[in-house]
Design a binder for this molecule. Sequence first.
Ligand code: GCU
Length: 592
Amino acid sequence: MRRLLLFLVIVASAAYGAAGPSTLINNIPNRTTLSLNGSWHYIVDPYETGLNGRFYRNAKPRDKQELIEYDFDKSDMLNVPGDWNTQRKELFFYEGPVWYEKSFSYHKREHTRLFVDFGAANYFTRVYLNGEALGEHEGGFTPFNFEITGKIKEGDNFLVVEVNNARRRDAVPALNTDWWNYGGLTRDVVLVEEPETYIQDYVIQLAKGSGQEISGWVQLTESTSEHQVTLEIPEARIKKTIVTSVNGYAEFHFLANLELWSPAHPKLYDVVLSSGADKVHDSIGFRTIETRGTQILLNGKPIFLRGISLHAEAPIRGGRAFSQQDAETLLGWAHELGCNFVRLTHYPHAENMTRLADRMGLLVWSEIPVYWDIDWENPATLQNAKSQLHDMIARDHNRASIILWSLSNETPVKPERTIFLRELANTARQLDSTRLITSALNHVDETAPDTRTLSDPLGEYLDVLGLNEYLGWYWGRPEDADRMQWKTAWDKPLIMSEFGGSAPYGRHGGADVRWTEEYQASIYQHHIEMLKKIPSLAGLSPWVLMDFHSPRRLLSGVQDYYNRKGVISNLGQHKQAFYVLQKYYREIEAAK
Ligand code: GCU
């Protein structure tokens, strides 16, 4: 009966929100754009009065009698991109609706289509232009856009955007997270100009397992006839003409002699796609990624992932990371640590992170926020998770750095959850057959006093197993790692995707004193020896690069709303554990 119910959920979810063709425009950074970043007026609206109050009209009293109970022009300003929690002290804990307003002038152009594109907005967003509804978006970490060609006016225009970061049981993530629920227009807002028929999306990557065959597709929009598309990689003397079908879609496969991308040689090619009036440049690296038994193969060779997990939290200033500087600081620290891999948790980070990882030669684990327990039997929740998965992949499917799509983190082992995630695994494979599918699991069986075995049924549907364990912090003592053995039920690569312990920078004491740097370092020292003994280990990404804000960390004088498991403090101070891990990564590199 239960299985029938769950089957019905999946069928219903497919029907529920079988989203039409994606409207996402790939590669926004290289499109013709006009930035709407900067100061926006805002009104905090805890009771969402503005919806019935029609704040989206941005109205002014027409006479002395008319009752209008809001006025954006007289309202305070917030910076966009940016969360509101760290811009206004009084909004640090605020969760709920906030109305944003931006007036701007636009000069219309012939034969030009116009879109308003949001890099991300947390969590539920309603967008209006000149008082007219454009649409809604759910999900705090993926891009979305609306076409405004027919709605934009010559000269003055105004956008009103309601952003609501209230948590909901049926949302993704749901009610409980160990990260701050930063609200707002957290990434770039731009106007995008495109020709009437333009190159909306494309994949240009090496075919699975082949170091020489480029395999991909291109999607034009608004096509009612066949179109010619030219694909060029000038540096490799490649120039191909592709003819689309009447609906603007074409697949292509051809041999190419390219330098392969890798951490040691993060080679990117300038790739140019042109069709009609449209031309798009992109920087793309070419590499293959596969598994063979318990090994992960990059370009056909085994690779060990020297990683670190991190949140999209801005170093030093705090708040949701968004800037190029934030990306350079965070990935710079990972590089300094000796990493060739980063686990971007628990949601898609900004595009500037994955593009920088491409340039720096850092391999990436990218994840959707199916985090802890969610509403597994709700078709809307499944559709929401699928949309976030779709958009994460659609934005970054040309990034060489990304090798792993992660479906979830630390979810409870129960049938409705496994069926939900199996459905996501199928969706991910349909969307991208070239990358590896994983999840961070945390349920293991004590198969002997000093042996833990990972046999979570979800493992069957994954290419790579992620395991979060906190031996020495949430259970046991650091030195217990010396005897601990880890096994898995599958002949698949294992990544120890989280382990660690907390210590505020500068707090010192014996290695057996919790909350000290010495205790944290001891967890790393003992773990490193333990990890060396795990036969199927293909990599690790300890928790976590930098201390980050969390509403669950309340120990005064120690946590103060920070998760202190960083090997670096939120102010950039390197803890002892940083150097323990750095030394290990340098040893691995030197041993190669
Ligand atoms: C979990 C979880 C993290 C969390 C960490 C912790 O494993 O995945 O999001 O922050 O543990 O407890 O510090």
